[in-house]
Design a binder for this molecule. Structure first.
Ligand SMILES: Nc1ncnc2c1ncn2[C@@H]1O[C@H](COP(=O)(O)OP(=O)(O)OP(=O)(O)O)[C@@H](O)[C@H]1O
Length: 916
């Protein structure tokens, strides 16, 4: 089969081939030109569409075309003021959308576009080049403290790199030169690759590297692409709103056909008839809907920014409003980044050594040399646990030309020749050292992976590990082996067997001060919280208990995969059967989860409810957990801080990266503190409710106008220019925008706001409320017809309407209904603050309420002139006001007290349907 594949460099090469072929850079101009024409310039150039192009796209949007069509129709009907005002508003909205689109593209462009100077080796000599001219295959010098413009595989030297902007990882990562090996194929191996967007903080040995990706093919380019073209949102809110508009249009069409038939029968002119029928359609399809629904979201993004939480994907705000499961990473997220070494356990001494000088020499040597620390500004930097271990020893770290580094305690020296980096997948690392002319391999890592490699496992070792991990301590195992020879081409797996166990390092990683409170707040709000950690299950379990994630009195079952078979035990270490009894919390390893999933075991469904800790997770397994939790159609958030959380942050419906970077592109949200997740949820819920209210408000307004026009059409009449203007522009625009400004409620409620527009629980109450609104209009209109002074207006026309009591009364009724529904819809807690806290909305609601009473009861001649109203007798005006106030009471009581009960009932009917 022939298909397109992405252009990739360095194709399939072994480490040695890469060194050989590209170690001398590009050797001719034609080679350079060939690469340039194939890969293009080294730039993530997000094209900024021209104003004209954006305008054309916006103008061609069906909503805008519909708007223009409506304006044309109204102009023809001589609704001049109204048409001009709507036209001005449409143009303003068009400009706002244009500015918004351009500024969001500009923000991504600024994040993506970058240029610097690079030292490049071409045609046998080094020269300074602009970074945009760099191509894959170029040999470059690694610049210090400058953001890298391309992905580079390091071929010489060592670099300490800050990857914070790209992955959210707060600890700098050490990168090594690619070894020369004929067996290993280079596949973007992270240990040797410097990604574009990261910043080298320390350089050793004049580092050089081969450019392997430029522009959009780089790691940063991929992330920029994922911002520009996000994966389809599982949250169907917006698609639902279009379905609703479709349904409304259908009503419009029925009205259209019905009137068309009636008027043609009554002998009206065809053009007038068609125009009035189109009029109906223009009122029922609200073009302002998308705008009204997104205003709340924009306000939420601004409020989050004030709380130092950055959001690079505004649609994620509404999705956050429906999150009901949160997956937390442990180390660095729930617990502090920093660690302290509590002590060391070794087989000859049953007590832990707190004074490390009393430890056997070999264990000290292992602790002093087996790490990837490096000096930056006179400080040792790197993994905080390694810093904690090294700093507890009285050893010195010194630089060396010949070795990676040398450590000494004054008497002995260990010269580190080679480093096997730590990876989350392997859960271990190793160094080759030279001591007194002997070669040694020192290894440290998760006990589960180190112990099977050892030949001398003490009997009580598992007990010891159990003892410490149960207290929430991190346990690392150290082991060693003497080597006769060493070849840097050898992989760790080739030499790591037959180790001698040295001891256990016991590290303490304290909970962050805000972790317990954050978890408790979420649990109280009935948000399910789980921990997904690379650390040991028992350590994770202890942290979970400390945070209150495992309810007191709950039985805990711990599951692991032992000899390819699931094994379950209680937290005292007694073997037991897996049960789904209430009051049982589960903790299981990534391997066990993967086992159950690959055998499609129905047991997996138990985990979704009862599992609270997923331990010993590789980055890929962290993604698996998110996918399993999403399986039940619930929206899942991931909170993480490290490079091993990147995949899970992307897989989750809502990702929050805890990072010191201003805005990390690893996730839609970036925050500095763990409790940012509560703010994201609160703002998400408030924004979602606001969007719902805006949707309902606009839907009611369309229905109010639709029914109102229908009633007037029956008597060949219509509302007038300035009356439309007052309702559509003054009332709707001001109320829709100001009501979206209400802040999020300061507590997280136990329930979730509705997430589906097109559901029984939403549509049935909307149509019932529409019936109430219709009833109020009929009451107002028919009470008018019973007045002794009333006579059916003659010589009026739908298209050329004139001022008569009919349109005065229905205008007053319609305006009042718009105001009343808006006030009734704006309920506060549990998702938003009471609306009185929104001064703008409260001010306008009070002002329009006075306007309503004034226009109905005391409107003088000037007011009547402005609003194209006729004089009404006082006793009727009192009757009308009574109908309207009675109507307000019914609308309010229905929306505030009956709708919640009705929705709950309908939800239970609906719950058989799988909805998000
Ligand atoms: N520098 C290191 N050297 C050796 N082993 C390590 C090192 N760092 C971590 N480990 C071991 O590997 C395991 C997995 O580490 P990883 O970084 O994937 O997750 P984590 O930091 O333990 O937890 P989390 O996923 O919650 O951040 C650790 O629990 C530890 O046992």
């Amino acid at each position: 089969m022939r298909c397109f594949v992405a252009l990739q460099f360095p194709y399939t090469q072994t480490y040695s081939q890469l060194h050989e072929k590209f170690g001398k850079g590009l050797t001719s101009d034609s080679q350079y030109r060939g690469r340039l024409s194939l890969f293009g310039h080294c730039m993530i150039d997000v094209p900024m569409p021209g104003v004209l192009k954006l305008l054309v796209t916006d103008v061609m949007h069906p909503f805008f075309i519909f708007q223009i069509f409506s304006i044309g129709l109204w102009l023809w009907e001589e609704y001049y003021y109204y048409s001009v005002a709507i036209f001005v508003c449409s143009i303003a909205a068009l400009c706002a959308s244009l500015i918004e689109t351009r500024s969001s593209i500009k923000a991504v462009r600024e994040l993506a576009m970058y240029e610097c100077s690079m030292t490049v080796f071409r045609n046998g000599c080094w020269s300074e080049q602009k970074s945009h001219s760099v191509v894959p295959g170029d040999l470059v010098k690694i610049p210090l403290n400058i953001q890298l413009p391309c992905d580079i595989v390091l071929t010489k030297g060592i670099c300490l790199v800050d990857e914070c902007m790209l992955t959210g990882e707060s600890q700098p990562e050490l990168k090594d030169a690619l070894p020369v090996s004929n067996q290993l194929i280079y596949i973007n191996d992270k240990r040797y690759t410097l990604s574009s967007g990261t910043v080298p903080l320390t350089l050793r040995g004049d580092p050089e590297g081969i450019v392997i990706a430029t522009g959009f093919s780089t790691a940063k380019g991929e992330l920029v692409k994922s911002i520009l073209f996000p994966k389809p949102n599982r949250f169907k809110f917006y698609t639902d709103s279009f379905k609703f508009i479709g349904l409304m249009s259908l009503f419009g069409l029925f009205g259209f056909l019905w009137y068309l038939g009636n008027y043609i029968q009554d002998g009206e002119s065809l053009v007038d008839t068609l125009m009035s029928c189109f009029d109906l359609v223009t009122t029922i399809v609200p073009p302002a809907l998308p705008l009204a629904m997104s205003v709340g979201m924009a306000f939420a993004v601004v409020r989050l920014k004030e709380k130092k939480i950055m959001c690079i994907s505004p649609p994620s705000v509404n999705a956050a409003g429906r999150v009901s499961i949160i997956c937390f990473d442990k180390t660095g997220t729930l617990t502090e980044d920093s660690m302290t070494l509590k002590g060391v356990w070794e087989p000859s001494n049953q007590e832990i050594h707190e004074d490390l000088t009393t430890c056997p020499y070999e264990l000290q040597e292992s602790m002093a040399s087996c790490h990837s620390l490096i000096i930056l500004d006179d400080h040792l930097v790197g993994d905080p646990q390694e810093v904690a271990i090294f700093n507890r020893l009285n050893w010195k770290w010194t630089e060396s030309e010949e070795y990676r580094f040398v450590v000494t305690n004054g008497q002995h020296e260990a010269k580190v020749k080679h480093l096997y980096h730590f990876t989350s997948l392997l859960k271990r690392m190793g160094v080759i050292i030279e001591h007194n002319c002997h070669l040694k391999l020192h290894m440290k890592g998760a006990p589960e992976v180190i112990i099977p490699l050892c030949i001398n496992v003490p009997d009580n070792l598992s007990k010891q590990i159990f003892h410490y991990t149960k207290q929430g301590l991190r346990v690392l195992a150290c082991a060693t082996k003497t080597l006769q020879t060493f070849d840097s081409h050898q992989s760790l797996s080739e030499i790591e067997n037959g180790l001698t166990f040295l001891g256990l390092l016991i590290l303490q990683n304290h909970l962050k001060p805000e972790s317990k409170e954050t978890i408790q707040t979420l649990l109280k709000a009935e948000v399910k919280c789980v921990i997904s950690t690379g650390d040991a299950l028992l350590t994770g379990l202890s942290v979970a208990k400390e945070c209150g994630l495992v309810p007191e009195g709950n039985k805990v079952l711990i599951g692991d995969l032992i000899n390819e078979k699931p094994h379950w035990e209680d937290d005292e270490g007694n073997t037991c059967e897996l049960t789904n009894e209430k009051g049982t919390s589960l903790a299981l390893t990534g391997n066990l989860l993967q086992h159950y999933i690959s055998y499609m075991d129905p047991i997996v469904s138990i985990f979704k409810d009862q599992a609270v800790i997923f331990g010993r997770m590789s980055p890929q397994q962290k993604i698996l957990v998110i996918e399993q939790l999403q399986y039940s159609d619930l929206l899942v958030a991931m909170v993480g801080d490290g490079a091993n959380d990147c995949g899970a942050l992307k897989a989750a419906d809502v990702g929050l990266s805890l990072s010191e970077a201003e805005a990390s592109i690893a996730a839609p949200f970036t925050g500095k503190k763990l409790n940012s997740i509560i703010e994201v949820l609160k703002e998400g819920r408030a924004s979602l409710v606001t969007s719902f209210q805006a949707f309902k408000f606009i839907a009611f307004y369309s229905m109010i106008e639709f029914v109102l026009e229908n009633v007037l059409f029956i008597h060949q009449n219509n509302m007038l220019d300035r009356q439309f203007m007052y309702i559509d522009l003054v009332l709707i625009l001001i109320l829709a925008i100001t009501m979206s400004y209400t802040r999020a409620y300061d507590k997280l409620a136990t329930e979730l706001p509705p997430g589906v527009l097109f559901s029984l629980e939403i549509t049935v109450p909307i149509f019932m409320q529409a019936c109430i609104l219709m009833g109020i209009q009929w009451a107002a209109y028919y009470s008018l017809q019973y007045q002794s002074w009333y006579s059916v207006p003659k010589d009026t026309s739908v298209v050329w309407a004139s001022e008569v009591p009919d349109n005065t009364v229905l205008f007053l009724t319609g305006a009042a209904e718009v105001l009343f529904t808006c006030i009734a819809l704006n309920d506060g807690p549990p998702f938003r603050m009471p609306f009185r806290s929104n001064y703008w909305f409260t001010g306008f609601a009070i002002f329009f309420s006075f306007m309503q009473v004034y226009m109905t009861l005391v409107a003088d001649e000037v007011t009547r002139e402005i609003f194209q109203m006729v004089y009404l007798e006082l006793d009727y005006k009192l009757q009308l006001e009574a109908i309207l106030l009675g109507g307000f009471a019914i609308i309010f009581i229905f929306e505030r007290y009956i709708v919640p009960i009705l929705s709950r009932k309908l939800r239970t009917i609906n719950c058989k349907r799988k909805v998000i």
